[in-house]
Design a protein around this ligand. Structure first.
Ligand code: ADP
Ligand code: MG
Length: 684
């Protein structure tokens, strides 16, 4: 018997060349081999008498070869082996193409099981290239459900099927049981040995389902344990306990009623802040779902408890906007709100810093300047950061160092599917605002090609004539990227628009501008001083221009769906009917299918789920942002329930055995450590 760690070359028929091909698939050891799961299955379990087989039916027949297989050389590169096979009910003509050796393998008078597709031609049944096995021998490729593996050059299905079979026979008995017995029992999961056997060679579809359920759970459970261990220390950090205030007092002071989702998110956070542990909560909500109000409610709650808050925005202009919004919500209730950004004069900054140190402000809104070295807070209880994907880990760490372990609320408009959020954030708690404020109108979305250009220009003219403003987004052009002919760069496109619309004021922002200049152009647009703002995706981060009613995206095929959805969220924020036009070469069917999703739905989570499905989790935020480990069998889009169960079981287990030191958890610990090694940089 071999070990799980034995090299795959140990397998009969696997030499240097095939070992190399297997390595490309990530398979080096026997354990890798039997963990290499089929992509799909072919049902070869149905047998039929020949006379009952229908045209086009894929089926197994038990038949006797009735005449000596004949080899016919038709022309160069085309040899046929032909014969008739019979059972009690009828006969079938079988032909093999270019497998002349079968002439000697297949014996007249012997019985075989053939699997293939039956064709009926002029009353005669025939089969081409059926797979076959001697009747009565162990059935591996006929008479059962057969695995179909993802392949790479140099490997055939047959090689893989046989190698996996041998791998299972050699070391199946050594497969460790990673799942603690009580966990397995609670979730009614089959044992490891059974699962590995049946994921490859299922006895029937019921067995396959049981195997899959167990392996999906196992994969997610190991992952959840790994995430839990990485984050374990942080979670147990103790923090300030805030008594939840009577929220009605806050809600009543608003010009509108909070949505149910806003109330829930606030409730979640209040419970965190009352728990005695530091809050680490992500509030996710589609653009326009009202996250700022959630932040305001919690800032108010901190103030009620005698603590000040800091609200950090990623850019000057957003800091500006949030200051105005939060003042609107909070000053009438008696909070003192200040602003601190890098662009302020030294004198202004000094005054604000003194006020923060002296406790004369209850809320500081700003950019990362809020946490530069010389800023001291008298009693910082809560830090809110907006659009978390723009902040580095160090910044977060720096800000946490500023106070007595303030609670942290992170707000993100990137609608991450719940499963993915659980994976990425692990024990970072997540509240989802899955409800838009009432009366929000849908942004009508169209996907068009160049032929629509004239009409679009007319539309821009019409809307601008009514006093509306227009966003135009061009893809980011990399420094040394060769410009494909039709790709629009923001600067050139802005110039072209100035030619087309001499009567309109066109601004332009792109990534190569200094932050200060960018902010100036955006501020001018926000103030209504320009009519059209051409930009690269730098505007993605959430400027509020309620007067903008049209979003145009050039070369829309260059953007991810979630990104397009974010862009679309820049319009439809005011009272004006708003539109989004996605311009792209619509010849490409994939592009059309993707853009059609946006035209169909305004729900960011649905868009994100489709996007995840189309691009895979690794690509979801762009390759660099999240190095998620590769999942072999679990489907992040689909296995939500399993993910939740795995998560809560992992939490319970780690609470009892935080370092997985118990002897019965040894195998699990090893698997967790292997995963952590494999994705050493995925978890920071
Ligand atoms: P987000 O940051 O989630 O994209 P905002 O916080 O900017 O969204 O809110 C978008 C708009 O909706 C703002 O003008 C805000 O005043 C408004 N708003 C927020 N909550 C409500 C509500 N419950 N009812 C009506 N309008 C709301
Ligand atoms: Mg916002």
């Amino acid at each position: 018997m071999a070990e799980l760690t034995t090299d795959v070359r140990y397998v009969r028929g696997v030499g240097e060349k095939r070992a190399l091909a297997l390595r490309k698939l990530g398979v080096e050891t026997l354990f890798d081999l039997i963990s290499f799961f089929p992509r799909r299955y072919e049902d070869r379990s149905k047998y039929k008498p020949i006379a009952l087989t229908g045209d086009g039916e894929s089926v197994c027949i038990r038949a006797l070869i009735a005449d000596t297989p004949q080899l016919a050389h038709i022309r160069r590169g085309l040899d046929l082996v032909r014969f008739r096979a019979v059972d009690e009910s009828g006969e079938v003509h079988i032909t093999y193409f270019n497998q002349s050796y079968l002439k000697d393998t297949l014996q007249r008078g012997e019985s075989y099981v053939f699997f293939g597709t039956v064709e009926q031609r002029g009353g005669r049944r025939q089969m081409s290239n059926p797979v076959f096995e001697r009747e009565g021998q162990e059935q591996r490729v006929t008479g059962r459900i057969v695995p179909v593996y993802p392949l790479t050059a140099g490997l055939s299905q047959k090689t893989l099927q046989q190698s996996v079979r041998q791998g299972l026979d050699e070391c199946g008995e050594r497969l460790p049981e990673l799942l603690p017995e009580p966990v397995r029992a609670r979730s009614k999961l089959v044992q490891a040995r059974y699962a590995y056997e049946n994921i490859h060679f299922p006895a029937d579809f019921g067995a396959l389902e049981l195997a899959r359920r167990r392996l999906v759970f196992e994969e997610l459970f190991v992952l959840a344990c790994a995430l839990g261990r990485v984050r374990g220390d942080r979670v147990r950090e103790s923090g300030l306990a805030f008594a939840p205030p009577e929220m009605e007092e806050f809600w009543r002071a608003l010009p509108f009623a909070p949505t149910g989702a806003q109330r829930r998110a606030v409730g979640d956070a209040l419970r965190d802040m009352d728990s005695g542990a530091v809050m680490n909560r992500l509030v996710q909500g589609d653009v326009g779902s009202g996250k700022t109000l959630v932040a305001a409610a919690l800032i108010w709650a901190a103030w009620k408890n005698g603590y000040m808050s800091a609200f950090m925005a990623p850019t000057e202009i957003l800091a500006e906007q949030h200051t105005a919004t939060l003042r609107g919500f909070l000053e009438p209730l008696g909070l003192r709100v200040g602003k601190l950004t890098g662009a302020m004069s030294a004198k202004e900054k000094r005054a604000v810093k003194a006020a923060l140190q002296g406790g004369e402000l209850d809320l500081a809104v700003g950019t990362h300047a809020l946490f530069s070295q010389d800023v001291e807070y008298k009693n910082l209880g809560l830090v809110v950061t907006d659009e978390q994907h723009r902040f580095g880990v160090e910044q977060r760490a720096a800000l946490i160092g500023k106070g007595a372990r303030p609670h942290v609320l992170v707000m993100s408009a990137t609608p991450i599917p719940r499963t993915l959020a659980l994976m990425i954030y692990g024990d970072l708690d997540v509240s989802v605002i899955d409800e838009l404020p009432p009366g929000r109108q849908k942004v009508d979305t169209f996907a068009v090609d160049e032929s629509y250009r004239e009409r679009l220009n007319g539309f821009i003219r019409k809307l601008a004539g009514e006093g509306r403003q227009v966003f135009v987004v061009c893809p980011m052009v990399e420094e040394n990227e060769e410009l494909p002919e039709k790709l629009k760069s923001a600067e050139e496109h802005a110039e072209a628009l100035r030619q087309t619309f001499p009567e309109l004021r066109v601004g332009c922002v792109h990534g190569r501008m200094k932050p200060k200049d960018k902010d100036a152009v955006m501020a001018a647009f926000a103030a209504g001083e320009t009519d059209i703002l051409v930009s690269t995706t730098v505007i993605e981060v959430g400027v509020d221009v309620p007067n903008a009613a049209l979003m145009i995206v050039e070369n829309a095929e260059r953007f991810g769906l979630s990104q397009l959805h974010q862009l679309r969220g820049r319009v439809g924020r005011g009272k004006h009917k708003s539109y989004c036009v996605l311009i792209s070469d619509m010849d490409n069917e994939d592009v059309r299918a993707r853009l059609a999703i946006l035209c169909k739905t305004g729900d960011g989570f649905r868009v994100a789920e489709e996007d995840l499905r189309l691009r895979g989790p690794g690509d979801f935020f762009g390759s660099r942002q999240h190095g998620l480990p590769v999942l072999h069998i679990a489907d992040l889009g689909g296995d939500v329930e399993a993910m939740q169960r795995a998560q809560s079981e992992a939490k319970a287990l780690l609470a009892a055995d935080p370092s997985l030191d118990a002897p019965e958890n040894a195998a699990l610990r090893e698997a967790v450590e292997r995963l952590l090694r494999q994705s050493a940089d995925s978890f920071n």
